[in-house]
Design a protein around this ligand. Structure first.
Ligand code: SAM
Ligand code: 2KA
Ligand code: SF4
Ligand code: MG
Length: 216
């Protein structure tokens, strides 16, 4: 859990509280948060330890929605936008947490891979970064894309754009949905391809801006 600037997608630049839920079985080879994959009980520690860790590691803590809001207050967070990411946050039923946050004056956003059903408040802004040919199956992925407010696709080569095109054909309507391309790991060729394709398609470029300026 930390307060920073949303670095990706349509909300880039918005001060946000990030809640990174532990656990992900998807296994993207280029994942930049591999420390969130394991749910081993031996990794459980206190909220204080996790919030104050000097660098990312696998340790995590458990709490409920009440406890989380108390921690926001204890930490003196001022951001009113909460990004729930992971790991894979949709491994969990996020309805109690997202509704509780909205009812307490926050806006919420979920960052998900679309490999689990998205269960959240209707007011939540859902960003789906589709993981094609990964765990979960097509039915779940299309359901997640139907709910998505934003489809933010990580790309490194033309094949990834072709896969996205095929996937978008199965979504009933793209109206009101923002499509973004996000270069994988800031690679130069991936960035050039994303720029070129975004211009050609009138899609949005999503750079991981926090990485360029060295913030969390
Ligand atoms: C770490 S994931 C966590 C949320 C969820 N599991 C998902 O994949 O959307 C958060 C975002 O970072 C993106 N991401 C992860 N590793 C990346 C990398 N090396 N380069 C670009 N984007 C990356 C994911 O595609 C996703 O949009
Ligand atoms: N600043 C910042 N913005 C982000 N947007 C999505 C992130 C994520 O890991 O889900 C992320 C992140 O890790 N840091
Ligand atoms: S689904 Fe998200 S957290 Fe899981 S491995 Fe892929 S990028 Fe990483
Ligand atoms: Mg990240």
């Amino acid at each position: 859990m930390f307060e920073t600037i949303q670095g990706e997608g349509s909300f880039t630049g918005i001060p946000s509280v990030f809640v990174r839920l532990q656990g992900c079985p998807v296994g993207c080879p280029w994942c930049d948060t591999k420390h969130t994959w394991s749910l081993d009980d031996a990794l459980v520690t206190t909220a204080h330890e996790v919030i104050n860790k000097p660098q990312e590691d696998e340790q995590f803590f458990t709490t409920d929605e009440n406890g989380l809001l108390s921690l926001f207050n204890d930490e003196g967070y001022v951001a009113k936008h909460v990004v729930i990411t992971g790991g894979e946050p949709c491994m969990y039923d996020l309805r109690p947490l997202t509704t509780y946050l909205h009812d307490n004056g926050y806006t919420t956003q979920i960052e998900t891979s679309g490999t689990y059903e998205v269960l959240c408040d209707p007011r939540t802004y859902v960003t789906v970064s589709p993981k094609i040919n990964m765990k979960g199956g097509m039915e779940v992925l299309i359901g997640a894309l139907e709910r998505a407010n934003e489809i933010k696709h990580p790309i490194a080569m033309q094949k990834h754009i072709d896969e996205l095109d095929a996937l978008l054909k199965d979504v009933s309507s793209l109206e009101g949905k923002q499509v973004c391309l996000q270069p994988i790991s800031q690679q130069k060729r991936a960035t050039e391809l994303a720029v070129k394709t975004c211009i050609a398609r009138n899609w949005r470029l999503s750079l991981q801006t926090h990485k360029y300026i060295g913030i969390e």
